[in-house]
Design a protein around this ligand. Structure first.
Ligand SMILES: Nc1ncnc2c1ncn2[C@@H]1O[C@H](COP(=O)(O)OP(=O)(O)OP(=O)(O)O)[C@@H](O)[C@H]1O
Ligand SMILES: CC(C)(CO)[C@@H](O)C(=O)NCCC(=O)O
Ligand SMILES: [K+]
Length: 244
């Protein structure tokens, strides 16, 4: 049994795997990391490996106490991956993006793949049918867009995510919802259209905390899977064991 841990910019997500099946999953905040791992390991005594993807500054010392119970693996930029990394700055590429690219490469062989992760940030990652990771884009996520409008202006309120009633916002609130939600939907559809114009035969995977909200608003048909990062982390670990 394997425990995968996705330490994101805002939240932590965890899943217990038996083979490729998720037996249980959890979401918690950073300050409750230690407590939650302890409880999960207590509940699932057969967990032998803890696999961690982190984009956050997290004290590795938190994990020292668990070393007697499980093997601990941090995914790093210098691990083996199933694609060749064409990023000009491979060592600055986010671990979450490396893990997503690994999952996409292994799960969808011999085709072009675009992974969109709509979390704190929205990331786009493209791996072509020659298994070359080409790069992608980084933009602010939905929640971050609401926060940014509030923090960097005097007059704009802090709103929470809401479906815009119309593309023409007829009030301050409706203008903000339209700008943020429609804006991101246009962005994602625009990127997909651009990829489609340049590459044929490719799969699009949408994941992250806002994936379900966004999936039903996109013009393009995509494959939404909110567990894609955790599933990919499990695959990244299997790949590492077999190729190290
Ligand atoms: N309970 C929640 N807490 C925070 N964000 C949530 C919650 N439920 C849904 N969301 C949405 O999820 C988005 C954040 O996504 P996610 O949880 O994947 O981010 P994260 O933990 O920072 O991970 P990552 O850094 O990998 O993006 C926010 O834009 C927000 O709209
Ligand atoms: C873009 C984020 C913040 C998304 O979680 C993460 O992947 C990251 O910290 N990336 C480093 C920069 C890069 O990927 O080029
Ligand atoms: K993200």
């Amino acid at each position: 049994m394997i425990l995968t841990l996705d330490i994101g910019n805002t939240r932590i997500k965890a899943a217990v795997f038996e083979g490729s099946i998720i037996l249980d999953s959890f979401v918690f905040i950073k300050s409750e990391l230690e407590k939650n791992i302890k409880n999960i390991l207590k509940k699932y005594k057969k967990i032998s490996n803890l696999v961690i993807s982190s984009v956050s500054e997290i004290e590795k010392s938190i994990f020292i106490g668990f070393e007697d119970v499980v093997n601990i693996h941090f995914v790093s930029n210098i691990d083996p991956f199933p694609f060749s990394n064409c990023y000009e700055t491979p060592l600055t590429l986010g671990i979450d993006r490396l893990v997503l690219a690994t999952g996409a490469t292994l799960k969808f062989p011999n085709q072009n793949r675009l992974v969109i992760d709509a979390g704190t940030c929205v990331t786009y990652d493209f791996i072509n049918d020659q298994n070359k990771y080409l790069g992608g884009s980084i933009s602010p996520g939905l929640k971050l867009r609401y926060q940014a409008l509030y923090e960097y202006t005097s007059k704009l309120p802090l709103l929470s995510l809401e479906n815009p009633e119309n593309f023409i916002g007829n009030s301050t609130s409706n203008s903000i919802h339209s700008g943020i939600v429609n804006g991101l939907v246009y962005e994602i559809d625009g990127f997909i259209d651009e990829y489609k114009a340049n590459f044929s035969n490719f799969i699009i995977i949408l994941t992250g905390g806002d994936s379900e909200f966004l999936a039903k608003r996109l013009k393009n048909t995509i494959f939404a899977n909110s567990n894609f990062l955790l599933e990919s982390l499990n695959q990244t670990f299997q790949y590492k064991i077999n190729n190290d």
